[in-house]
Design a protein around this ligand. Structure first.
Ligand SMILES: [Zn+2]
Length: 124
């Protein structure tokens, strides 16, 4: 993972990811970062679901609804997002399944009472 933000990254996106991570603390939270065909913006959609301090599963109902919303608004998923409230700075074995959703990944890691955004590009 890297501290180097991808092209789509912005202060607003960082704020959205940190706010969602904080709201779910001490549990994990997950979502999808999406953009339109022109790539002129990137927004975060957070999913409710089942979460613990070490895992998160997005509600299938919300994911399906969001997929239809993306399609009707001509938007595309560009990155996954989830938090690591336990402070792990690595892409876990369980996280590997996220590569099926997008090739870019944002993980918000909690360290010393603050949040750090980290980035990972997968090769699938
Ligand atoms: Zn993870």
């Amino acid at each position: 993972m890297s501290n180097e933000p991808p092209e789509f990254w912005s202060c607003l996106l960082e704020e959205a990811c940190v706010t969602a991570s904080d709201a779910a603390f001490p549990n994990e939270v997950s979502g999808i970062i999406y953009t339109d065909a022109t790539g002129s913006f990137a927004n975060l959609q957070v999913f409710n679901g089942i979460s613990s301090e070490t895992s998160v599963d997005a509600s299938p109902h919300e994911v399906v609804e969001f997929a239809y919303w993306l399609q009707s608004h001509h938007c595309l998923p560009i990155a996954t997002f989830h938090s690591h409230p336990g402070g792990q700075e690595h892409f876990s074995k369980r996280d590997e399944a996220l590569q099926l959703w997008a090739s870019q990944h944002v993980i918000v890691v909690r360290q010393q009472d603050s949040w750090k955004c980290m980035f990972f590009v997968s090769s699938l």
